[in-house]
Design a protein around this ligand. Structure first.
Ligand SMILES: [Zn+2]
Length: 158
């Protein structure tokens, strides 16, 4: 578990709102990407941890496996409601968001790049290349928008 000190667990729950039927919007600090965070004592030092990740671990009783993302069904990065969270691979996360016309961490689809199939991953500050039809296919993550465009073109012309 990433959160171990009882005092941190108390601090965590103080920032979780009452259930009013919809998303539970984290009431403390947020990242620029909209994800809620909490500074906790972990492995001997203070550490900023995603609030939804803490919630997932507290409600599932274990740490999320390495390389797996905690994704939001509701697409609301600030939300910490346990039944809005699910575990997935980075590809699942992207696919899931893709089907809703979004990508991890922010809205907008491929609006930012202007290139169909190329979306901005705000969380990782990278470009994601993907093909939407006939099936969603994830082509990779690129630092450079031109490389992402090239990957989409290569796939289309293959
Ligand atoms: Zn939610």
């Amino acid at each position: 578990m990433i959160i171990t000190r009882p005092i941190d667990i108390d601090r965590f729950w103080k920032h979780v709102p009452e259930d009013q039927g919809g998303c539970w919007l984290w009431r403390s600090s947020k990242m620029r990407t909209g994800y809620g965070t909490l500074c906790i004592w972990s492995e001997g030092r203070p550490k900023n941890v995603y609030a939804h990740r803490i919630m997932w671990e507290l409600t599932n009783g274990c740490t999320a496996p390495k390389g797996q993302y905690i994704c939001h069904y509701c697409d609301n990065p600030q939300c910490v409601r346990p039944d809005h969270l699910f575990l997935g691979t980075p590809t699942d996360n992207i696919k899931d968001c893709w089907t809703k016309g979004r990508h991890p961490g922010c809205g907008g689809g491929w609006g930012k790049s202007g290139i169909p199939g190329v979306v901005w991953d705000k969380m990782r500050q990278k470009w994601i290349a993907m093909i939407h039809s006939p099936v969603t296919k994830y082509l990779g993550i690129f630092k450079n928008v031109e490389d992402a465009r090239a990957a989409v073109e290569r796939y289309k012309n293959a």
